[in-house]
Design a protein around this ligand. Structure first.
Ligand code: HEM
Length: 178
């Protein structure tokens, strides 16, 4: 299962394409993810922690699932907190999902596994639909998204929710009609 290529590779890919908008949707998504890189350095740690703070603020139902989240909200996302590793796990997962968007088999398997790993977390089914619209808002705090990038994130969010709800249904868990 692939990950988004590094920024340098994305620039190379673009150079080879005659028309920028002939990019695959996964390339468009990966390209916009250069605004939220993943890794061990300072910007990635800050990105991951900022993302959690953003999600907890925009919807307190997200926060309610995480121990220590209340204290974390008052902390500087530049500092290494207990959300540093979790932030990278979340970003890494988002990068993988985005990179596999044009490979339906890999995408569906990845999302379905993710939902199964959240079985004990008692996530309200409606939150799966909201996650990627929230994430697109988060990226927009980092830089501009073109209409094509916004549309790519909307497509990903729709597919993600559809696979999430059908996985919940297959597990006999509460789910929402698509
Ligand atoms: C929709 C609302 C969501 C809630 C409430 C939620 C909640 C949680 C919680 C409570 C944990 C355990 C954290 C810990 O051990 O301290 C967790 C782990 C994790 N979550 Fe979520 N999550 C959500 C959505 C997502 C999404 C959309 C992704 C990926 C795109 C994701 C990726 C992960 C990953 C990678 C982990 C680490 C463990 C694993 O790989 O399963 N989560 N989540």
């Amino acid at each position: 299962m692939g990950l988004c290529a590094s920024k340098r590779n994305i620039v190379d890919i673009k150079k080879k394409l005659p028309d920028k908008e002939t990019r695959l949707t996964s390339q468009i998504l990966c390209d916009s993810l250069s605004l939220a890189v993943v890794g061990n350095g300072e910007p990635p740690v800050e990105n991951g922690q900022e993302l959690y703070q953003f999600l907890f603020k925009i919807d307190p139902r997200m926060q309610s699932h995480f121990l220590g989240a209340h204290e974390f909200m008052g902390q500087d996302p530049k500092q290494n907190t207990r959300f540093a590793k979790q932030g990278q796990r979340l970003l890494m997962s988002i990068h993988t999902i985005a990179a596999n968007f044009d490979n339906p088999e890999a995408f569906d398997k990845n999302v379905s596994d993710l939902i199964k790993r959240h079985e004990d977390r008692m996530v309200e089914p409606g939150l799966w639909k909201l996650f990627f619209p929230f994430f697109a808002l988060f990226i927009k705090t980092k830089g501009d998204l073109t209409p094509i990038e916004e549309d790519a994130w909307r497509q990903l969010g729709d597919r993600f929710n559809s696979v999430a709800q059908s996985t919940l249904k297959s597990m006999g868990m509460p789910y929402e009609e698509d």
